[in-house]
Design a protein around this ligand. Sequence first.
Ligand SMILES: Nc1nc2c(ncn2[C@@H]2O[C@H](COP(=O)(O)OP(=O)(O)OP(=O)(O)O)[C@@H](O)[C@H]2O)c(=O)[nH]1
Ligand SMILES: [K+]
Ligand SMILES: [Mg+2]
Length: 499
Amino acid sequence: MWPGTWRKVFAGLSPTPRAALRLSKRLYGPAGRRDTIFALSSGHGKCGVAVIRTSGPASGAALRSLTGQWELPPPRAVTLRRIRDPSSAETLDRGLVVWFPGPHSFTGEDCSELHVHGGPAVVSGVLQALGRLPGLRPADSGEFTKRAFQNGKLGLTEVEGLGDLIHAETEAQRRQALRQMAGELGRLYERWSEELTKALAHMEAFIDFSEDDNLEEGVLVQADAAVQTLEEEVKGHLQDGRRGERLRGGVHVVIAGPTNAGKSSLLNLLSQRPVAIVSPVAGTTRDVVESAVNIGGYPVLLSDTAGLRVTEDAVEQEGVSRARERLLQADVVLAVLPAGDFVPEPCCIAEALRAVLPHGDLAWRVPCVLVLNKADLLEEGHREILLGACQKGVLPPTCLLSCKSGEGIDRLLSLLRAQLEQMCGNPLAGSPSLTQARHRLHLTSCLASLGRYHSYKSLDLVLAAEELRLARRHLGKITGRINAEEILDIIFRDFCVGK
Ligand SMILES: Nc1nc2c(ncn2[C@@H]2O[C@H](COP(=O)(O)OP(=O)(O)OP(=O)(O)O)[C@@H](O)[C@H]2O)c(=O)[nH]1
Ligand SMILES: [K+]
Ligand SMILES: [Mg+2]
């Protein structure tokens, strides 16, 4: 049997304001307690099933109001219920409901989920009904995740991993995000933080008690050794060629070469759609044309650029200077040359490649793949001459390609994949990579503090200990153990509503 007040609410009778306030306090807790938030957690637009989530102390009451049943479903079990508008008792849908009493929920608070039919009218009907319940309000972007963090359910690096998982577009990105979300990166930083704490404790003990004889001699040496080991580890972690960040943000591959080599044709071939204009007119491409593609599970941002040549045309000159600029930002260069230019005399390939690469340097720090395009136009026997020439000497990995017939595309893809693998690493192997510029910033500051610790340690132990404390603070900012609202806002801003 329901309590009398409940029966009144369910009968659609509105209680007096005073009684309503009392009722609301009984059901939803006293004012000043945390709001209960709700949002559509699945994607927007028409879909088969939409998931609406609530989190906060009034979640249970909201579920009771919407299902019209006093009895809450068993925890974490999916139950079919009629979902109704509490004020009019009108049926909005029949759907699945799940009750997650805190602390065993995503946010750590009482949570509920309503799985309803994904039509816009059903979804807006349920959202409006929720909005009319006392103590409930629509969630802000990332608020569910923020509450999970504040209730200790997730560390900051895990939160970032979750955000990356939501945005992951390729398999390698997904693997890296899952690993970070599972807490591996966070645990690494926490271990470092603990080691610093230990070293700091030893130093402080020495500072405070070294007058007494009962302190071991080796305490300071031990702390110093621990700091040095840590320093090496942090340095190694930072010198990872930005693999985690590259995998997260995409590898920048720049297509460059002389006019009419087939650069735009190659962009279109790799993108599998006509992204850029292709024409027999030399100097067709002027702006940098970008296209995001997935190559072997790695995210790649391809840039097609203006053909490199000396020209009187002011617009084309601007195109060429943009191409040069983009080349300087490349992670990998795809240099495209027309194969026919180098037969039967293949001697000047290196010369032509130098004209493409920055500073005319074949040993430039950025990896390069050489594409000899329009292989379909080669005469019999010329392929062998070219391939033979490319295997010798200073040239980067080379492939003969025809954008027209598709010949050679498999070899090009495998050359590219090899470069990407080397650059991004295997996200499942080895120690986890740092994935954000934010991590790099704090780790660099941490190293700087450790460096100052070394300068101070023989002069002033108190100052040296202070630097260890600062180093630990920098690590803490990565995992969120130091409560800094500004870092939180930066991270949660990237989340969408309902996450
Ligand atoms: N036969 C043959 N023609 C090709 C091939 N690739 C491109 N072409 C042709 O070569 C011409 C130039 O191709 P684009 O892709 O516009 O060359 P581009 O390097 O982007 O040229 P610009 O933007 O002007 O520097 C077009 O007519 C293409 O159809 C190929 O593999 N074989
Ligand atoms: K062209
Ligand atoms: Mg072009």
